[in-house]
Write a protein that binds this ligand. Structure first.
Ligand code: ADE
Ligand code: ZN
Ligand code: ZN
Length: 257
């Protein structure tokens, strides 16, 4: 193959690939934080399943398979939508599945003694990613604007949408690596960690939904967002990454502990 041909394929893939949810940095930070909180036993079991790969490394796998038609059934598993005046329980469920159902399914397959190593490894990679998604408030969104994908705003003057701002624009503006973002968790007190670890997947989802409502209440269509917005939501973004990482370790320690 000619070098220019390979280069053009690379450029097409690089510039047309779909948005990557929390963004690679956010998902990797979640994986890295979880890794820190694993029990020895869980760490060993996970290392064996992932052939030595880290949770940070596999955290973006679920986005990487999105462009492969063979995996299209998993696309609706990245988010959950229900109207603002309803709740997950009362709103009819999507037949294709949703983020909440996906997390329970992954946990079930990982706990099942009858599933194969390949099935377990696949669903572990998905679980690492989906716990990240669960903590991106707009992934617990509304169908009307596809979780903010159709909510047009500006980011430092450039046209984008609210979903993208929350997936990656805020995080990327910090210009921090995923390990630098993960470092933040070390400053949490024992009481704070205990508080974060408590609750169920349903409680964690509802916490994201509350934030989602707050975000819609404080953002206007067409608004030019920048430093003010970053400042307003820095703590929320940091906390969501910390919570995602710590809670992922809670599930994994329960599954493998
Ligand atoms: N597509 C439709 N709704 C979505 C959401 N809440 N998050 C991400 N992608 C979506
Ligand atoms: Zn997203
Ligand atoms: Zn995702």
């Amino acid at each position: 193959m000619r070098p220019w041909f390979i280069l053009s394929i690379f450029l097409i893939v690089a510039f047309t690939s779909s948005a990557a949810d929390w963004g690679r940095t956010g998902h990797r930070a979640t994986g890295e934080i979880a890794q820190e909180y694993l029990t020895k036993k869980a760490k060993r079991a996970i290392e064996a399943l992932l052939d030595g790969k880290s949770l940070a490394l596999v955290s973006t796998y679920a986005d990487e398979i999105k462009s492969d038609a063979a995996y299209k059934e998993y696309a609706p598993w990245h988010y959950v939508n229900f109207p603002f005046n309803s709740s997950y329980d009362t709103h009819p469920k999507s037949e294709k599945g949703d983020l909440y159902m996906a997390i329970l399914k992954c946990v079930e397959i990982l706990k099942d003694a009858k599933t194969t190593k390949d099935q377990k490894a696949f669903h572990l990679k998905l679980l690492v990613h989906f716990i990240g998604d669960l903590h991106q408030p707009l992934h617990v969104g509304i169908a009307d604007d596809r979780g903010g994908n159709q909510f047009q705003v500006r980011w430092f003057g450039e046209g984008t949408n609210l979903h993208s701002v929350w997936d990656e624009k805020i995080i990327d503006s910090y210009e921090m690596s995923y390990s630098e973002l993960a470092e933040n968790t070390k400053h949490l007190s024992k009481v704070e960690i205990k508080q974060i670890r408590s609750g169920t997947v349903m409680d964690w989802m509802n916490e994201s939904r509350k934030l989602c409502i707050q975000i819609y209440d404080t953002t206007t269509v067409g608004e030019d967002l920048g430093y003010g917005y970053m400042y307003q939501y820095t703590t929320v973004v940091r906390q969501q990454l910390q919570k995602g990482g710590i809670r992922l370790s809670v599930l994994l320690n329960d599954i493998f502990g």
